[in-house]
Design a protein around this ligand. Structure first.
Ligand code: BGP
Length: 469
């Protein structure tokens, strides 16, 4: 099937994971710089100081995207590069750097899709409590305005926040992202709420400027599926869907939080005092134009009413039998489907969830525009003597995901773009540099040399066929 018209085919990265240049040209420290330099919880003893060195090699990477027929690139801006202390003075060198990246994309026929916050909170903001503190919400809005004013004439696709739910979950429930709180559901909901408020305020600021473009939020994991043995089907589905999806998507698409949120907070033993009546108009005015969907797997759940909260986290690719998931007292637990294959990180490899997620989004939110802003396959890889990686499994898995996306599109879902995670190998938040997602290999030990993988050539041919070029 060939797709003509405006469908976007590209790839994605995030600032901390690929840029490096951690203390160059006036950039301030962010929370991940400090965590990776100082915390004993940095399990790999690796950091993003140099990362893929995109800060210096952006032209080479964008050239590869263009040669690979990609017509869009999703990347994020480092808040601390633009405003080193999070609030206050703007760093002209930071503005200049992103101007260069954006202009080079445009010169190469690549539409930039820019995310404002992809986890790298300025450290000065982390010091005052991070997203728990409502002052950070307003600081984010100020930073967003600086970006819109400086880049909004050329950037036409924006997203406010990458995966608010997953970020809050890793930072305050799993505890593997700074500030490393474990099973703190009070903080989790508070931070998620503040992230959604920050997103809404930034959307409103964007609209007020009258710029010609679209703005959305990037959300992880589309669909909750129930283990058929679940007893309280309706209740478990409601709780898990609000927890994983609806707190983000209902709030951003409808401009108001799910009506059943209070019930779920109560079941989760969380006091709702972080919700303020005065915020209601901001949510209403901050409705998004599109949904960015990062899709890797589904949420397969069942009842959990009797035990304590437990978290299973396989962070080192320990094997497909090692558990990845959660049991939340009085809410639900992750179930394990014996019929679905798992990767070394214990995560399901289930490409059909792409179709299910898109159809469910369409059923809940109608004709809203969707971009698949991330999809990919993380692996340990061994190159041949020339540095070439035959990543056939990645190709097989991503082909299936893409087919399911196109099937949903055929059936009327308004999905208009797809981004492979990731454009090149980069830092993985909890796995360092060995878990690779790139379609271009980065030889981290050899001057960060770029070597396109088998998947790069496969993706190039696929795009050519779909775009009819
Ligand atoms: C998403 C993030 C990305 C990326 C990806 C892979 O949640 O938006 O930044 O890291 O997941 O995750 P990981 O590297 O943990 O396997």
């Amino acid at each position: 099937m060939s797709i003509k018209g405006n469908f976007l085919w590209g790839s994605a990265t995030a600032a901390y994971q690929c840029e490096g240049g951690w203390d160059e040209d006036g950039k301030g420290l962010n929370e991940w710089d400090v965590f990776n330099h100082e915390s004993s919880l940095n399990i790999n003893n690796e950091d993003g100081d140099v990362a893929s060195d995109f800060y210096h090699r952006y032209k080479e990477d964008i050239d590869l995207m263009a040669e690979g027929n990609q017509n869009t690139y999703r990347f994020s801006i480092s808040w601390a590069r633009i405003i080193p202390r999070g609030v206050g003075e703007v760093n002209p060198k930071g503005i200049e750097y992103y101007n260069n990246v954006i202009n080079y994309c445009l010169e190469k026929g690549i539409t930039p899709n820019v995310t404002l916050f992809h986890y790298d909170l300025p450290n000065e903001m982390a010091k005052i409590g991070g997203w728990e503190n409502r002052n950070v919400v307003d600081a984010f809005n100020q930073y967003a305005k600086v970006c819109f004013e400086n880049f909004g004439d050329r950037v036409k696709i924006w997203s406010t926040i990458n995966e608010p739910r997953y970020y809050a979950y890793c930072s305050y429930v799993v505890g593997n992202y700074p500030p490393n709180y474990k099973a703190d559901f009070g903080r989790f909901w508070n931070v998620l709420y503040n992230l959604m408020l920050g997103s809404a305020k930034a959307v409103e600021s964007y609209k007020e400027l009258g710029l010609k473009g679209i703005i959305g939020v990037v959300h992880d994991n589309g669909n909750v599926e129930l283990d058929p043995d679940t007893k309280e089907k309706e209740l478990v589905k409601l709780r898990a869907d609000i927890f994983y999806n609806r707190m983000v998507l209902d709030t951003a698409v409808f401009g108001k939080m799910p009506a059943e949120l209070n019930k779920v907070l109560k079941d989760n033993n969380v006091d709702a005092s972080f919700i303020y009546e005065e915020d209601i108009p901001y949510f209403e005015k901050g409705k998004i134009d599109y949904i960015g969907l990062n899709l890797y797997n589904r949420q397969y759940v069942t009842d959990y009413s009797e035990g304590e909260t437990e978290i299973f986290h396989n962070n080192k690719g320990k094997g497909s039998k090692s558990k990845e998931g959660i049991r939340i007292k009085d809410l639900f637990e992750t179930s394990f489907d014996p019929d679905v294959r798992r990767n070394l990180w214990g995560r399901e490899v289930y490409p059909k969830c792409m179709y299910n997620a898109l159809k469910e989004i369409n059923a809940k939110y109608g004709d809203i525009l969707v971009y698949v802003t991330e999809n990919g396959c993380g692996q340990y890889e061994t190159p041949d003597e020339n540095g070439y990686v035959k990543d056939t499994e990645r190709i097989e898995i991503c082909s299936e995901f893409i087919d399911y996306m196109l099937q949903a599109r055929e059936e009327g879902v308004n999905v208009q773009g797809y981004y492979m995670w990731s454009s090149m190998d980069l830092y993985s938040w909890i796995n360092g540099y060995e878990k690779r997602y790139g379609i271009v290999r980065v030889d981290f030990k050899n001057n960060n040399r770029r070597i396109p993988k088998e998947s790069y050539y496969w993706y190039k041919a696929l795009i050519a066929a779909k775009r009819g070029i």
